[in-house]
Design a binder for this molecule. Structure first.
Ligand code: ZN
Length: 269
């Protein structure tokens, strides 16, 4: 079975001790390509450096919406504040190893009681629209992070067209909204979250395989039956493919084949 992990963070410091082995293990288990995703300037640059070293690693560059403000509700690692700079990200996006722009998007979930919610939302929306401009300037798709903002996201994507479209990664919305995203031409990205219970079974059962991507978001979100407290790695994307095959009552090889095709086409790899 040939698979691609369409969204991981292999440049993350949690892989500093054994990154080569992690990438090797992925290849040995059939995960031939990995897309490693930047979340701010520093991690985007780290991702680009990693892609220079490995032919099977591709990169996305972006600024995560949680880094656009001083996030009081974020974990220590997420507490990075960076001012968005159009020129800087346009330059990063133009790099030859970069296959998409992201992760960028909306995160209306991590608000503290003292946060100026409206102001932060407005900033996230504005920056997302600027990233859409960058996508169209460099002719690359978008990788979207969205938590608690699917209605606003649908509005933004409906009126700001990304020519190459993209993926709503780590999708945790309803089947109803998923249909709206796929109608706009976007793919739905599923990861370990889809394996934690039956919440996404309805979506998995109903969605066309052509509209799905799979990912790990490694080192986060280990798919079942891996222990939740451990990190996961790109080879574990197989467990997400197995969950989809199980719910759709399909052969896992057929699932893997179609989804790998979807990923290759979207990111042109
Ligand atoms: Zn991610």
């Amino acid at each position: 079975m040939k698979l691609i992990d369409s969204h991981a963070h292999v440049h993350d410091s949690k892989f500093d001790k054994d990154r080569d082995e992690v990438i090797q293990r992925a290849v040995e288990s059939g995960v031939s390509q990995i897309i490693t995703v930047g979340t701010n300037e520093e991690t985007s640059l780290q991702a680009i450096e990693l892609a220079k070293k490995y032919d099977n690693i591709f990169v996305t560059v972006g600024l995560h919406p949680l880094h656009l403000f001083e996030c009081s509700e974020c974990g220590e690692e997420e507490q990075i504040f960076e001012e968005f700079d159009y020129k800087k990200y346009l330059q990063l996006a133009s790099n030859g190893n970069v296959v998409a722009i992201g992760e960028v998007g909306l995160d209306y979930h991590h608000f503290g009681t003292n946060d100026d919610v409206e102001k932060i939302k407005e900033k996230q929306n504005k920056v997302l629209i600027k990233f859409i401009k960058i996508c169209n300037e460099v002719n690359k798709p978008i990788v979207i992070h969205c938590w608690d903002g699917y209605d606003e996201l649908l509005e933004i994507l409906g009126s700001n067209i990304v020519e190459k479209r993209g993926v709503i990664h780590s999708y945790i919305g309803s089947w109803k909204n998923a249909q709206k995203f796929t109608t706009l031409g976007y793919k739905i990205g599923l990861n370990g979250i889809a394996t934690y219970g039956e919440s996404y079974d309805k979506l998995i059962r109903n969605i066309d395989l052509e509209d799905l991507l799979i990912e790990t978001d490694a080192p986060y979100l280990p798919p079942r039956p891996l222990p939740r407290e451990n990190r996961c790695e790109p080879k574990d994307v197989k467990l997400v493919a197995e969950k989809i095959a199980d719910v759709k009552n399909m052969n896992v090889d057929d699932v893997a084949k179609q989804i790998t095709k979807n990923i290759k086409e979207l990111f042109d790899i």
